[in-house]
Write a protein that binds this ligand. Structure first.
Ligand SMILES: [Zn+2]
Length: 363
């Protein structure tokens, strides 16, 4: 009798579990509404191309993070024996040796993605990053990656033009927002439907009083020149020591109100960005007000690099808690999830269509 009851109970439990895992399969995603947040900015690997195993990362995402824009880092820190001897640097601030563009990152990310089940793949939007944005051939690299790894990528980036400490360390020509190579790159991204995620500091690290923030003016012109390309500006233009311009929120407000910049989106990623936004009750309130005026234009991102556990991965998400608390539930939901889904679902659809039309099956 007791055994029968136990069996009935076990069957009931199995049926209930089955009901909550329809179509099952390895790593079947829960409905989008079940997750708390999507991450528009994530590096699986670090500055020496080492990182978290993607299966481990799926466990770290757990039931908290639904979708992730996935990329490596386009730059490799050289281990120069002459500079650091036996000390092997893993971060760009640990050595004076140059960084160089490391294209293999795209193959590495594509292979990691392809190792997953279709249900697991559905949770990622891989991005192409391994190109040199000063090279007129950069667009050709992107075309070659799409051809070699079709049905994988949704965007390009995060790639860097002006970045404190980094731009001046990169071997070869210095990147610039006025370089025609960048125009060619963004034209191609627009043609294919690839989202472009750009890191560009809003200002110099230590500007003289009254110094013209040429970066922000050049960035505006660049975005205006590419109206068909969806551009996400990483970190609101902030950095470790690139501090908010006096009129930072006003600049962003005017940019997002400008119909000529309707292709511009802002990502809130990086703990260095969060540190400015959640600094005081006033900064939180002012940012919440800005986001509420443009609720479709902001995306949450972590900018974590190769995390080893969920607490580390979601540190930035926790930091933003007071900001999310100041938004209405519907605006908070847009920033955390809906804006990501709209932009990246559209990118997936367009890039797959471009691939079908432009890659012949013999490739
Ligand atoms: Zn990043």
């Amino acid at each position: 009798m007791r055994k029968e009851l136990f069996l009935i109970g076990a069957v009931a439990i199995a049926a209930a579990v089955w009901a909550f895992t329809p179509s099952a399969g390895r790593g079947a995603p829960l409905p989008a509404s079940a997750y708390e947040v999507n991450d528009s900015h994530f590096h699986l690997t670090n500055y020496v191309q080492e990182g978290t195993n993607i299966n481990e990362f799926l466990k770290i995402m757990g039931t908290k993070v639904g979708r992730v824009a996935l990329f490596g880092i386009p730059l490799q820190q050289q281990w120069s024996y002459g500079n650091t001897g036996d000390f092997a640097p893993t971060y760009y601030l640990q050595s004076d040796a140059p960084l160089y563009y490391y294209s293999f990152t795209d193959a590495f990310i594509a292979k990691a993605y392809q190792s997953l089940s279709p249900a697991e793949q559905a949770r990622f939007d891989p991005m192409i990053t391994g190109f040199n944005p000063t090279d007129m051939y950069a667009a050709d690299h992107i075309r070659r990656v799409l051809t070699t790894f079709p049905r994988v990528f949704s965007g390009i980036g995060e790639f860097t033009i002006h970045k404190e400490f980094v731009s001046s360390k990169i071997a070869g020509e210095t990147a610039s927002l006025t370089n025609r190579a960048l125009d060619r790159l963004l034209d191609f991204a627009g043609e294919v439907g690839l989202v472009a995620l750009i890191h560009n500091d809003i200002d110099a690290p230590f500007p003289k009083p009254g110094q013209e923030p040429y970066q922000v003016l050049q960035l505006r012109d660049l975005i205006e020149r590419h109206p068909k390309t969806t551009i996400i500006w990483a970190h609101m233009g902030l950095g470790r020591i690139v501090r908010p311009l006096h009129d930072q929120l006003g600049i962003i407000d005017r940019a997002l109100s400008n119909p000529a910049l309707s292709n511009l989106y802002i990502d809130l990623s990086w703990d260095e960005t969060a540190k400015y936004i959640v600094a005081t009750q006033q900064t939180i309130a002012a940012t919440a007000e800005l986001i509420s005026r443009h609720p479709t234009r902001f995306l949450f991102g972590t900018d974590e690099v190769a995390p080893s556990n969920q607490a580390g991965y979601l540190k930035v998400y926790e930091l933003y808690e007071p900001l999310f608390a100041r938004l209405t539930p519907s605006v908070s939901e847009q920033v955390r999830k809906a804006n990501y889904l709209r932009l990246f679902d559209e990118a997936r659809r367009r890039v797959r269509a471009w691939e079908r039309a432009n890659i012949n099956s013999s490739n």
